[in-house]
Design a protein around this ligand. Structure first.
Ligand SMILES: [Zn+2]
Length: 61
């Protein structure tokens, strides 16, 4: 399991499983790019950014 680099508490990126308390918060920014902001559920610090995988499939002809 991943750890938050700031508060060193366990965080989980996967939505599968039952540990919802450790699940990172995912905030979607943008309509076309679908940038995802991940933040720690314990200390609210930003952990990083991600992108939907499907963008490259749907964004171009
Ligand atoms: Zn944290």
């Amino acid at each position: 399991m991943a750890k938050c680099p700031y508060c060193e508490k366990p965080v989980s990126i996967s939505t599968t499983g039952s540990d919802k308390t450790n699940e990172v918060r995912k905030e979607v920014k943008g309509i076309i790019k679908k940038e995802i902001l991940y933040s720690c559920p314990h200390c609210d610090r930003v952990l990083g950014f991600g992108f939907f995988i499907g963008v490259s499939l749907t964004g171009r002809p």
